[in-house]
Design a protein around this ligand. Sequence first.
Ligand SMILES: O=C[C@H](O)COP(=O)(O)O
Length: 329
Amino acid sequence: MSLKVVDNSVAAPTHRRNPGFPLDLDWVGRVRMNRSALERRAGTIGARRTVKKDHQLAWLLKAITLIDLTTLNADDTAGRVQRLCAKARHPVRREILAELGMADRRILPGAVCVYHSFVKTAVEALDGTGIPVAAVSTAFPHGLAPVETKLREIEMSVEDGAEEIDIVIERGMVLRGDWQALYDQVRAFRKACGDAHIKTILGTGELATQTNIAKASLVCMLAGADFIKTSTGKEKVNANLVTSLTMIRMIRWFAEETGIEIGYKPAGGIATAGDALKYMALMKEELGTKWLQPHLFRFGASSLLTDIERQLEHGLTGHYAADYRQPLV
Ligand SMILES: O=C[C@H](O)COP(=O)(O)O
């Protein structure tokens, strides 16, 4: 294997957490995105082979370490969350890892992501693994509840053991350009998170323009976001490469201006190994391989792991396993 697979039990030692910055409305006002230029650029991703064929299996193993293994369904149960956590403990069958010469490597997902109600269940089920639990808090997926309710939900998720909190912003604040309100709310969420890392979900499919998405990304980063995340997975339009370009260019600009590196989490509808490789190629080309680590990049995905495991097996044996061999939950 030519690519160093990340051991996600250790955070990158030199990574500085975003402390947050004052709201700079002049900077927000200067942000503009050109949708057709973004579309042209997005069309080139994956058109030429960024990942050489013999490196693909290593990239797929790496992709597993970048997944927030997710279940966010109205009919979730403790049993389903426990099964998902059991899968997180052993994301790839041992014989596949042995065949790849990776049996002794720690290949685990970036986190397990659940509703607040299942944080305790997941924390117990992952005990001893070092895999963090991420909770979607703040009235996921719409974000429309009194701010006191949302702050309390964050606090309760943290009390229950969540180490990462995925909050949702109020899309209306973006649509009416109320950047102060957005900043103040995300700042308060960040404070409520304490040591837990905060991912801000923008709901990009509901923000109307790429410029709105870019401005919302900037305001969330100024307010102290550790990650900016595209979608809840419940909007009509979820993650895509155009929106990703907008957001990761804002991450780049923010890093140039402040020296702080913010993580990126595309989520919703990312279901195939081919999708995963395209997003990884995008990150590599736009931000460098440094951003292909769990503290700077995650996939929010409920079914991606199943396809990656299928593709790993196909890469080794030339044929696909039956579905029952790779049950997720
Ligand atoms: O944050 C994660 C998303 O809800 C997952 O969406 P998905 O079920 O389309 O993979």
